[in-house]
Structures are given as C-alpha cells and as structure tokens.
Design a protein around this ligand. Sequence first.
Ligand SMILES: Nc1ncnc2c1ncn2[C@@H]1O[C@H](COP(=O)(O)OP(=O)(O)OP(=O)(O)O)[C@@H](O)[C@H]1O
Ligand SMILES: [Mg+2]
Length: 344
Amino acid sequence: MYENYYGLTSKPFQLTPDPSFFFGSKWHKRAMSYLQYGLSQAEGFIVITGDIGTGKTTIANSLLDDMQEDIVAAQIVSPKLSPDELVKMVASKFNVPVKGSTKSDILNDLEIFLMDLHKQGKRALLLVDEAQNLPLETIEELRMLSNFQAAGKPLLQSFLLGQEELQPILRAPNMEQFRQRIVASCHLAPLTDIECQAYIEYRMQHAGWDNRALFSAGAYDRIFQFTHGIPRKINTLMDRILLFGFLEELETLDEEAVENVIKEISEEMFNPEKQTQATTQPTGILDVTTEDGQVKDVEYYKTMLTELVDALDSAISQKIKLTRYIDRLLQKKYKTYVRLKSDD
Ligand SMILES: Nc1ncnc2c1ncn2[C@@H]1O[C@H](COP(=O)(O)OP(=O)(O)OP(=O)(O)O)[C@@H](O)[C@H]1O
Ligand SMILES: [Mg+2]
C-alpha cells in the first residue's frame, strides 16, 4: 500500500522470518557463528535461547538457506511432543516411512537411513525450534538419537532453539548427560539502540529504499524506547508508521508521527505500557472493555491465558520431577548412612 509512496519495491517489515532480510546484529552474528561452529564439529548439541521475537526462527531459516550440500537438514517446530512422537516426527521429516510401524521399527529404519547418508559422505542435521515446549523425557530421547554412530561420529546432530524457559529445563539436575553434550550455547539479546536504527535502515534498503532522509533522530529514539529493540515489535511498529505516513501524506517521519502511531497501537493492542497502567487500577483487575462497553480483543486474552496455563503446567511438572530426584537422592544417602552405621 505505502510501498510506492516511499519508493519501495517490497514490504520492508514483514513478520515472516525471511533469510534474505537477515540482519547481523552482534548477537545474531554470534548465534550464527555458534551454529556454524557446531556444524563444523559434526557432533554435540548447540542451544540458542532468546526472548520472544528476538529472531531464533530467522536464524534457523538463514542457516537452512545457507546449508552445505553434504548436510541433509530437517526442521521441527515442536509442540509438546512425547518421546515416541518425536521419534516419529524426526523419521517423517527425513522421509523415513512411519505409518503402521512400531517405535523400534522406526528407530531401525532411521538408523539405516542415517547409515546410508553416511555412506554417501553426507550427514543429517535436526533443527528443533520452539524447544522450550519439549518435555524433559523428549529432550532425553533426542540425546538417545545422537547415539547412532559410525566410526565414533554421531550420524545425527541436533540444534535446539527456544525461548528463555528452555534454560531452566536444561539446568535440571537429571539433564547432566544432555548438558555434557552441549558444545556451545548462546542467548539472543534484543538489539541495542544503534543496532535498532541500523536494523530499520537495513530492512528499508533491502526493500528498495534510496536512503533519502525519512526518519528523524527523535523518531528512531522513540521506536527503540517503545520496542526495546525486539525485532518483531520493531517490524509491527514500523509497518504501521509507514502506513500512517502514507495516509497522512508525510514525506518525513518524526517523533510526533511515531508517537501518534504508538497511541493508535496502544489503543488496539495489549502492550507493556498499557499493562502498567492497567495494573495500577485500584481494583487490580485488567480493564478488558472499551469505553462503549465492547470487549477488547478477546482472542488475545484467551491466547495469553492459555500460554500462562501452559507455562504453569510445565513449571509444576518440572517441580515434581525435581522433588522426585531429591527424594531418590535422600533415599540413597540414607542407605549409605545405614550401611556405614552398621559397618561401625
Ligand atoms: N537478525 C534478523 N534480521 C532480520 N529480521 C529479523 C532478525 N531477527 C528477527 N527478525 C524479524 O523479527 C521477527 C521475529 O523473528 P523470529 O520469528 O525469528 O523470532 P523468534 O525468536 O523465533 O520468536 P518466537 O520466540 O516467537 O518464536 C521476524 O519478522 C523476523 O523477520
Ligand atoms: Mg520462533
């Protein structure tokens, strides 16, 4: 819509992770280097974590886009998979038939497939996105899959990408065996203010911008302040700023224009600034209705609550596992104590 008006050939701030728009911020470059390093090691796990919308899937897609020919890659965007479902999913991603087969048949066929690849001088890579959703047992199953070996080298290498919740999962006491196989890990931080401006300019240039002065310094500052340098938030805001500029026939976009758009967005969406206001209401209850009594964006609240419930579920199940682990440890210690006592 606004592309022609600003002399652009495509939309610069699409939400779909597109490798051709990949911007190498300090942390994105570092994460990419770790993944490349992992590939060169041909063994062990690489873990990339990062806040929501910081660019994990973009990095995964950029890596796949740039993959060497001797690597056969598959990507899993994992909902909560059980260990058996994971094995099925991995096999089917590598086109190993799974229908009507038992787990041990599938594992057998998968090993044959990986061995065949190895004989052709190729190897397999599994990219697991949204890995924070994997239960502990499923991560453990992933480790078991890395045990398929030929000449002492694993036949399948896996990279895990996930939101911050992945970190405590991997820190769990019974994940030691997995932890020892992590060759590198990296946490993606949001962009700095300088990077935020460079990111905007990079995406604009990639969409055909001729570099003519368009945004004021104040506009860049306000964009950073509102988005905290999170790429997905920057994309959403920038798309709306350009639309606003087009509708208002603005040739340059300054702080005031950005402020107007932020106000518009804040009225439509549930964003952190609004949230702070809402929590200061004396009742402590979020105002989910507009002035004329209409319920605001019900879908959004539903999704938010579902996510909250999922997060609590997984926190509880982690706690239960930890408690069982401590129980076992105490039992062991108690037995040792009894043995030592009887030796006395
Ligand atoms: N380095 C980057 N270069 C260009 N665009 C990026 C970069 N990082 C993120 N983006 C953009 O930000 C948006 C969010 O990125 P992405 O979907 O990769 O985030 P994510 O970390 O996987 O989010 P989630 O936690 O929700 O899965 C996408 O529109 C993507 O194009
Ligand atoms: Mg993602």
